[in-house]
Design a protein around this ligand. Sequence first.
Ligand code: TYD
Ligand code: MG
Length: 455
Amino acid sequence: MAKNSVNFSCSNCKYISIKWIGCCPACNEWNSFIEEQATQTYTIGAKKQTASMIHEAVVMRPLKDIQFSKQKRMLSGIAEWDNVLGNGIMPGSLIVLTGDPGIGKSTLLLHVAHKLASAYSVFYFSSEESLEQVKLRAMRIESVHDNLLFSDKASIESIIQTAHQQKPDIIIIDSIQNCFFSETQTFPGTVAQLRETSFALMRLSKEQGIAVIITCHITKEGHMAGPKTLEHMVDAVFYLQGEDRWHTRILRSVKNRFGPLHEIGFFSMTSHGLEEVSHINEYLLSESSTATGAVLVSSLEGSRPLLLEIQALVVLTKFSSAQRVVTGLDHKRIVLIAAILEKYLHIKFSAHDIFVKVSGGIKVSECSCDLAIALALLSSYFQQPLPEKTMALAEISLTGSIKPINGIETQLKEAQRFGIKNIFVAQGQKTDFVGVQRFSSVYQLLNLFNEISDQ
Ligand code: TYD
Ligand code: MG
């Protein structure tokens, strides 16, 4: 056996050094080096043998020999949650729910755990808040099921031990950044700790068939590790998003080994917790108007077509350089569309402040909104409202031509369901829908406003 030697390793990132150093060269953490025994090497006689050589060779098997039983998904009955997860929670999966602090992760999980507890055994480990605080939240939302059991333990070993002994169906850990491993000397919230805890939980979920849901805050600059550290290690990652000024919360799947990607669910934060918003388009359209500068657009999020209103306000600037204030859309896209209209229609947008926003606090990144943005800007500039419930779906190229977009049938079907009749698309747009108005270049948009003013 080789002589034992001593190494120093960084408790944050596991960087190894043969001598103690004050600041880790890999992650710049101070005072993070701890002493540990160097990995032993095995010797037979005078010859060294590596660890891989003393392990047994594995038996390879074809897939037809593997027994497969279709596992039943665990449905909570909260449709917006179940759909985003891919029709319920997959038993034995490791799921991350992430989002900004205070967005509503704990509230959502309490709702879900309460519903699931009527059919499954659910353990809720609140490593971040005391049980009194959890009870306070539970009292705000609704009565919590008696089968739902709580603990404020933050030690991963204790959590795993409890799971091994009592074998619940689902474990919720809120949050992973506050859990710790007593065996190793990593600090809670560090990259090394997050990796180690999620690896242990992955093994627990796979070996015991327990679904494990962990919450993880999105971290700004600082020493805490964030959800990106976990993304490649877990089965599914869901983001809970929303704007402070709006009550709408969007649950979005960014990774799902057992379900669809980019699927979204809608909730509304109320004084008694998160409520599902299943008829989102009714909710969004109820706020739409026929005012100048307002145009409808449809954006496909996952499998759901959303009907959104783009609102623009164009006013003469009082500053030396004109302002562009944009919410819910890409700032550069607005600058680009304004530049295209200025170039081809000779409208001096550069002397005007432009304010653009999307209704409902929702963010849209698709170029299918180009035509709607252009119409909203022109409508506000000319002080002429478009006909009631006008929707536009097309891209605008740098040459000022209006381009078709891929597959708009789902959006058009949804628009028709809500009685939207004035639908503007590109000249070459392939669609089975009759009655759409077609445009080939931005010059035609001027004619449209002339026609409206003549009416
Ligand atoms: P929380 O679930 O604690 O957020 P997270 O776990 O993501 O940090 O939610 C905290 C916010 O939600 C807080 O600002 C208060 C608000 N809230 C309500 O508006 N209504 C409610 O019924 C509850 C429980 C919370
Ligand atoms: Mg929380």
